[in-house]
Design a protein around this ligand. Structure first.
Ligand code: URA
Length: 201
């Protein structure tokens, strides 16, 4: 029998309890704490960013710095409240000095993300930036070429729409990128209503 949302939420808390002691890679020695992810454990919409920055490492929460403020504001502009979505990252621990995630770190950390997607059961997974997009599409095509076009993928054992988006940090650096991110985010309300090909409604 399928698990209820409450059972899935409890299982997600169990995964969090395990993840917060993770020592599978060397980032465990430089982090302040694990940034597991946060939000609605039964969300239809899940965001996957890159890795925690300094503020996230300090607070233990994803996207609580400047990028997060922009993402929250842009979501509000399209009628989506941050509390209704779940936000996670490809890496659960901050890379020192905010360097890029290493491929080996992303692979080592991936089972946590797989578990999150499996238990949350989102209909849409929006990937923020190149690292999350390349990881979850399994394709090396860069974000500039794939942003804004939903792809049907199997993630966490279920079919989802994967929507590649520019990372809000890139939008903070260039207003043209901010405009593209805003336009892509504006497609989310309709995408959330769209039936997944071959999946139960
Ligand atoms: N950038 C990310 O990719 N993730 C965060 O949690 C914060 C900034």
């Amino acid at each position: 029998m399928a698990a209820t949302p409450e059972q899935r939420r409890e299982q997600l808390v169990d995964v969090f309890r395990e993840a917060r002691n993770c020592e599978r890679c060397a980032l465990s020695r430089s982090r302040t704490q694990v940034v597991f992810g946060a939000g609605n454990a039964d969300a239809d919409l899940m965001f996957v960013g890159e890795a925690p920055g300094a503020e996230e490492d300090r607070q233990g929460l994803p996207f609580v710095g400047r990028s997060g403020a922009l993402l929250t504001a842009m979501l509000g502009d399209v009628g989506i409240a941050r509390k209704d979505v779940f936000i996670a990252n490809t890496l659960k621990c901050r890379p020192p000095a905010n360097r890029d995630p290493a491929g080996s770190e992303i692979e080592t950390c991936r089972p946590w993300l797989n578990e999150q997607i499996r238990l949350i059961e989102p209909r849409v997974v929006a990937t923020l930036g190149n690292f999350a997009t390349k990881l979850l599409t399994g394709d090396q095509t860069g974000i500039t070429r794939v942003h804004g076009r939903p792809q049907v993928r199997e993630l966490g054992g279920r079919r989802v729409f994967l929507l590649p988006l520019f990372h809000p940090a890139a939008a903070l650096r260039a207003s043209a990128t901010a405009d593209l991110l805003a336009a892509d985010l504006a497609t989310l309300p309709q995408l959330l209503q769209r039936p997944l090909p071959g999946a139960e409604a």
